[in-house]
Design a protein around this ligand. Structure first.
Ligand code: M6R
Length: 612
């Protein structure tokens, strides 16, 4: 959580920092701030509760003339989102100025030690403690780099930091452990940032910092070291991304843009990985572990949130079509319950950001037991992508909206490709079936486009339900996780209470809540569970629940049961969740818009949860 930007170079630092913070705002947006070393050698700091726009609206750019500075946009962990708790933070003497993303877990013991040395604290943040700790070590070492190194060696927890020192005004020190950070190398300028979106406006040349590494940057140089002071040589990477991909491109919200991008993002996921004539799916990134995948006794999929829902769908696909047992684990629970992991297990981590702390920790736990680890990740070069034994990028492109949409469908497409690849190798599907699947796969982008063209219909239904207080989402089989994901989307951005259930579970309790005010969304495509789901619809209807059916375009029968219909094209079961989620994404989006919510920055959330 939280976004960091640091600038040192030939331009005015503040516009670069504000621009970067706006792009990183998806990481946290409850307060923001910056410190600039002005041309008169004075530090000017401004910080404020609220969004980066609020901060920007209350400053005069002309006041901030310097070309060294650091900035931060916050998602609160320690201390409420107030002006005083916003970053940057200072040590008591004002010598050390710090922005921080992460959590200092042993903050109490450091604070106690510092208090015994006479340090006083003004805020409730762990970051202020770290700033004072660096100051304390600076007094002993008289060297900014050493002071940061000694301090970070004594810190437990996670951090991505950018730090200034009044005695060594020419530099910024950045360091990371568990929170992403990169150094962008421009023409006579450097930018430190939590991710690439903050730097693309200026350069595509970047160096990713690994855990335990730091960058010491001055106007003319950058030095990379470990916290233990070993020098590092690392090549500059050129980002394969353009600014357009991270801008709204005429859409009102990133979420709407990302929903509408799905025909293209899905295509990018399967491009070059499937032969439509032979039905052969090939994922280059998995080749080296293919023998292990084929011999595995068990797959364990671990993830959080939307990615976990994708994992549940993966379980249906891999078990059904490849006959490999699959378990799906919440990453946040996995390592705390002493899981049984064997050397011949395959642990698959699914993550859009590749930085989710719980997923990363689950992965590391699996590695400790010798399991083969595989990543299904969107963000290239992210921690999970780098730590797994093998992996596949979903290539959905940057996802900025906090509510995940296109990453979900690309995760599902990746899982479908893995399923097809393994089923062919294991001969659990006939080649004729694989060819049929490949032929159908080719049509998925057009079918998604058909739903995008129907978005006014979905909007109309959203308007009808904009004031609802509760929603049920029900589905069976592979559409049960779609129900969970539909409910999560609604909760996240509309703040309406919503629950997803397997449709047949209703009668075991939740049906007690059905009355004439309860909208119930049934995911009812024409598959082998269709008749069963019609019976479940009857159960709700007879208790006066409002039926919203997600049904195939040619299904006339559904009109006899449903009060409202969300139409979707028909497809094979392996791809059905990819299509069925689209109307539910639109429904949540429009309901949230009708309620006047900030769709791209829903309250209390952040895009990438890099704290436990
Ligand atoms: O980046 P990740 O895929 O690892 O993120 C996992 C969850 O935090 C994420 O899916 C979250 O649930 C989204 N806000 C859902 O829209």
């Amino acid at each position: 959580m939280c976004g960091i930007v640091g600038y040192i170079g030939r331009r005015n630092a503040l516009p670069v920092i504000i621009d970067g913070l706006k792009r990183l705002e998806y990481r946290g947006y409850d307060s923001a701030g910056f410190t600039i070393l002005n041309n008169d050698e004075k530090y000017l700091t401004y910080k404020k509760a609220g969004k980066v726009k609020d901060l920007e609206d209350s400053i005069d750019y002309n006041v901030y003339t310097g070309n060294i500075g650091i900035g931060h946009t916050r998602w609160a962990t320690h201390g409420e989102p107030t002006d005083i708790n916003a970053h940057p933070h200072f040590c008591m003497e004002g010598k050390i100025i710090l922005v921080h993303n992460g959590i200092i877990e042993n903050y109490k013991s450091i604070k106690t030690k510092l208090e015994s040395e006479g340090y006083i604290f003004k805020t409730e943040t762990d970051t202020e403690i770290l700033a004072n700790f660096i100051n304390y070590n600076y007094k002993n070492t008289k060297d900014f780099v050493k002071a940061v190194q000694v301090s970070l060696a004594g810190v437990e927890g996670t951090y991505g930091i950018a730090c200034l020192c009044r005695d060594e005004k020419d530099k910024i020190i950045a360091a990371r452990k568990g929170s992403p950070l990169l150094l962008a190398v421009g023409d006579g300028e450097f930018i430190i940032a939590s991710d690439a979106s903050a730097v693309l406006n200026y350069t595509r040349n970047v160096i990713y910092l690994n855990d335990g590494e730091m960058a010491i940057i001055t106007k003319n140089s950058h030095i990379l070291k470990t916290i233990e002071n070993k020098e590092i040589n690392r090549e500059i990477e050129v980002l394969d991304m353009v600014l357009d991909q991270i801008e709204k491109g005429g859409y009102e919200h990133f979420m709407l843009k990302e929903i509408c991008e799905q025909p293209e993002s899905i295509q990018n996921t399967f491009r070059g990985r499937i032969n439509f004539t032979t039905g052969v799916a090939k994922l280059g990134g998995l080749e080296k572990v293919l023998p292990r995948l084929l011999e595995a006794k068990r797959f364990i999929i671990t993830a959080c949130g939307t990615a976990w829902h994708a994992g549940l769908i993966g379980e249906y696909l891999i078990e059904q079509f490849c006959r490999i047992p699959v378990e799906v684990e919440y990453a946040s629970e996995f390592r705390y319950r002493r899981p049984i992991i064997n050397k011949d297990d395959i642990v698959i981590a699914i993550s859009q950001s590749g930085e989710t702390a719980d997923t990363l920790a689950a992965l590391r736990e699996a590695k400790k037991f010798g399991a083969t680890t595989v990543g299904i990740v969107n963000v290239i070069g992210s921690s999970i992508a780098r730590e797994v034994d093998a992996g596949t990028y979903i290539h959905a492109g940057p996802e900025i909206g906090v509510a995940s949409t296109k990453a979900f469908t690309s995760q599902l497409m990746s899982l479908a490709l893995i399923t097809m690849m393994l089923a062919r190798e294991k001969e659990t599907l006939f080649s004729k079936t694989l060819i049929e699947m490949a032929q159908e796969l080719k049509q998925i982008p057009d079918k998604i486009q058909r739903m995008i063209d129907r978005k006014e219909e979905y909007k109309h239904i959203a308007e009808r339900f904009k004031n609802a207080n509760n929603f049920y989402y029900l589905g069976r089989g592979v559409n049960f996780p779609v129900a969970l994901e539909g409910a999560l989307k609604l909760k996240e951005i509309s703040y309406i209470h919503a629950e997803g259930y397997p449709a047949a579970e209703m009668k075991h309790g939740p049906i007690a809540l059905i009355d004439e005010n309860m909208p119930v969304i049934f995911i009812a495509p024409k598959d082998r569970t269709y008749d069963k789901i019609i019976s479940n619809i009857e159960e709700v209807k007879s208790r006066k629940g409002i039926i919203i059916a997600l049904a195939n375009e040619e299904d006339d029968n559904i009109k006899n049961y449903a009060d409202y219909i969300l139409r979707v094209p028909r497809t094979l079961g392996i791809f059905a969740p990819i299509l069925n989620i689209i109307p539910l994404q639109f429904l949540s989006y429009y309901i949230a818009v009708f309620r006047g919510n900030d769709v791209d920055k829903p309250r209390n959330l952040a895009k990438s949860v890099t704290v436990e």
